[in-house]
Design a protein around this ligand. Structure first.
Ligand SMILES: NC(=O)c1ccc[n+]([C@@H]2O[C@H](COP(=O)([O-])OP(=O)(O)OC[C@H]3O[C@@H](n4cnc5c(N)ncnc54)[C@H](OP(=O)(O)O)[C@@H]3O)[C@@H](O)[C@H]2O)c1
Length: 294
């Protein structure tokens, strides 16, 4: 796959890490509810190998997916890792045996989380670690994250982490993190229908910081909109492809990590990078968010 078909290249600020803008999010590879193993581990391995064979060099994960399962599948599928592959992980939660999501945000828990990721991925250092702020996934829970970001900066000085990002963070928390250390990416909930971070994306673009939407397709409830379906039918594309192409056009610092457990969906999603959206279509698609807000 050529560079252009992956939506062009992006270099994380102040780093030598350059990736295709169309990446892959591995959360869907764990079992139901992101807990336990998948029904078919070989199928999960096949998705990862297909992604990398197609030129994807940005994979998003966490050791709390499974827990441990997704990272172990990534290692099984791809280790030793091809040069240039950037694996981004996140810390801030743990999964007790009942499958619930609990905060794991003390410096000790963050350090243990880094070691879990290193061991399960088979790495000596993690390319990028996001501190994922506890909360619903809407990036609205204010509160200082200074202690956690400082802990990650300490692990960076030890050489266990190369670069730091934040996730599920408000604009105030992003600013606080940036006052403590260099932040290379922000990973928040954002898509055609959920656009709370419109202003933040513009601010981050000015600083060259990547904005990586999670739930780019709507997450556990994939996007449904008559406007989206109509536009897709007119363009001869699928609604999911239009949703991804819209994100690529939305801002140059947006990097995509759509999640799927299916090779067919993966191929469909990667092909979205080739979809051209004319300006009038972009305007029409703005209606998806306003019709939802109405
Ligand atoms: N930082 C955070 O708090 C956070 C939170 C959530 C996710 N993430 C990261 O963001 C990544 C993306 O989010 P996500 O995976 O939750 O949601 P998503 O990418 O918005 O959507 C994934 C869902 O869409 C389906 N899907 C994917 N491609 C499709 C297609 N072409 N046609 C129809 N359905 C399709 C998937 O099912 P199939 O498996 O059947 O394709 C899955 O149910 C995750 O994988 C994870 O790495 C981060």
């Amino acid at each position: 796959m050529s560079e252009a078909t992956l939506g062009g290249r992006f270099t994380f600020p102040g780093t030598s890490l350059t990736i295709g803008r169309m990446g892959y999010g591995a959360m869907q590879l764990a079992g139901p509810g992101v807990f336990g193993p998948p029904k078919d581990t070989d199928a999960a391995v096949a998705v990862l190998r297909e992604a990398v064979a197609s030129g994807v060099n940005h994979i998003d994960t966490s050791d709390y997916y499974g827990p441990h399962v997704t990272n172990q599948i990534i290692r099984k599928a791809l280790h030793p890792y091809p040069p240039g592959l950037v694996i981004v992980t996140k810390l801030g939660a743990r999964r007790p045996p009942d499958g619930s999501w609990q905060a794991a945000i003390s410096p000790q828990e963050l350090t243990a989380g880094v070691h879990d990721n290193l061991r399960n991925l088979g790495l000596d250092a993690l390319d990028i670690v996001n501190y994922r702020v506890v909360g619903s996934g809407h990036g609205t829970e204010e509160g200082s994250i200074a202690e956690q970001v400082a802990a990650l900066a300490g692990l960076q000085r030890e050489g266990l982490i190369r670069h730091i990002g934040v996730s599920n963070a408000t604009a105030t928390q992003v600013a606080e993190a940036r006052s403590i250390t260099d932040v290379v990416c922000v990973q928040n909930n954002y898509n055609l229908a959920y656009r709370q971070d419109d202003a933040l994306i513009v601010d981050l673009a000015r600083a060259g910081i990547a904005y990586v939407p999670f739930f780019p397709l709507g997450g556990f409830t994939p996007l449904q909109s008559s406007i989206l379906s109509k536009v897709a039918a007119r363009l001869g594309a699928t609604p999911m492809q239009v949703a991804l192409a819209w994100l690529l056009r939305r801002a140059p610092n947006i990097l995509l990590i759509p999640g799927t457990s299916s090779v067919a969906h993966l191929r469909e999603n990667l092909a979205a990078a080739e979809l051209d959206l004319p300006d009038d279509v972009l305007k029409e698609l703005d209606g998806v968010a306003s019709s939802k807000a109405a």
